[in-house]
Ligand binder design. Structure first.
Ligand code: TXA
Ligand code: MG
Length: 337
């Protein structure tokens, strides 16, 4: 009898926890099964982890917004396995957009194109355009090829917080809110995709990211940068405050510019040559490699946010060139206003 009671209780426990604790593994079949059942799965990409659901099902997309506590005015990117698939969801595609997709897909490029009616309005927050991206990650490409729908996926973090670059980062914040994390290791680029739109013949960068303005220019010719609006819902994720740790972060050119006194609980983020200081220094790349620095930035911000011995963060701007534009952009948005 005792054994029976024990078995019942432990089975109930298992069933309960199995239903609330997020599964973490690398099984594309498991991920596909949850997604086909209208569930949410965090997916690895080369940029950051995404919080994915069936982009063609408005009820599922609503769950994505709810899990992230994301305001409904901020549209989601739709992930596809090929250019051919993208053309199922967009129309009137400008030639320059195709050139960019051919040059950079799979990769950290999102193109904003006129949407077809099959994409529910909730995905695009009512806009008549849709952001499309083919991510460069073997597991997620395999998954997308298994599914008969594309995946709407914002970064898998609570709205406004630092984006996740490992499966553990996702679990730390979204555990129990999603069915599964498809574990694809640490994200190689570590910074979100560059978002490009096309307005009356003009190519516009809405968000700096894993591709530099120079990369885009080489293929698209002249490019306009429009990354700084804080209120226009079309201004893609470009809220002035974003990617922010809960501890105050100040961005400066040199330590003497710091608006606060440095103390034992101050961490300094830098790249290349380290400043003279007794504070704890987190060097994103001693070799001055922008790619390495970009891939480490979000993980370092999280590490500092969780470190009880740190109460404030000073970040030194990196040179404004190449990926440095995007690194400085993220630091500014993460900083105290
Ligand atoms: O690298 C990335 O892009 C990652 C991975 C998961 O793919 N995703 C990502 O999603 O960063 P999210 O939701 O955190 O940021 C996407 C941004 C949003 O800020 C949104 O405003 C913008 O893309 N966006 C999406 N659709 C748009 C549209 N139709 N027009 C303008 N902006 C759009
Ligand atoms: Mg995001």
């Amino acid at each position: 009898m005792q054994k029976l009671i024990f078995t019942c209780v432990s089975t109930a426990f298992f069933v309960y926890f199995r239903s609330v604790i997020t599964l973490v593994n690398s099984s594309v079949a498991d991920a596909a099964s949850f997604l086909n059942d209208k569930g949410l799965v965090a997916i690895p990409t080369e940029t950051v982890y995404g919080l994915a659901g069936n982009a063609l099902n408005a009820a599922v997309v609503l769950k994505v917004f709810e899990a992230k506590e994301r305001p409904s005015f901020d549209p989601l990117i739709v992930h596809v396995p090929s250019i051919k698939a993208a053309l199922l969801y967009a129309e009137d595609v400008p030639a320059v957009a195709l050139l960019l997709m051919e040059a950079f897909w799979p990769g950290p490029l999102t193109v904003v194109l006129k949407k077809k009616a099959i994409i529910p309005d909730i995905v695009t927050s009512g806009l008549d355009t849709v952001g499309l991206r083919m991510p460069n990650h073997a597991l997620t490409l395999e998954l997308l090829n298994h599914l008969d729908f594309p995946l709407a996926a914002p970064s898998a973090n609570p709205f406004g917080y630092i984006s996740p670059t490992t499966a553990q980062h996702v679990v730390d914040q979204l555990d129990t809110k999603i069915a599964m994390v498809l574990d694809g290791g640490a994200c190689e680029v570590g910074m979100e995709s560059t978002i490009v739109g096309f307005e009356e013949g003009e190519t516009v960068i809405y968000r700096l990211g894993g591709l530099t303005p120079e990369d885009i220019r080489k293929v698209a010719g002249e490019v306009t940068l429009r990354v700084n609006s804080s209120s226009d819902p079309k201004a893609p994720g470009m809220l002035k405050s974003h990617y922010a740790p809960s501890k105050p972060l100040y961005v400066v050119n040199q330590l003497t510019d710091s608006p606060v006194l440095l103390n034992d609980e101050t961490a300094i983020i830098c790249m290349g040559v380290e400043p003279h200081s007794t504070c704890q220094i987190y060097n994103l790349s001693p070799e001055n490699d922008f790619s390495v620095a970009a891939s480490r930035l979000f993980a370092v911000l999280r590490q500092l946010d969780c470190n009880a011995e740190i109460s404030q963060i000073i970040a030194l701007r990196v040179p404004n060139c190449g990926l440095g534009f995007a690194i400085n952009d993220r630091l500014e948005r993460a900083s105290v206003k």
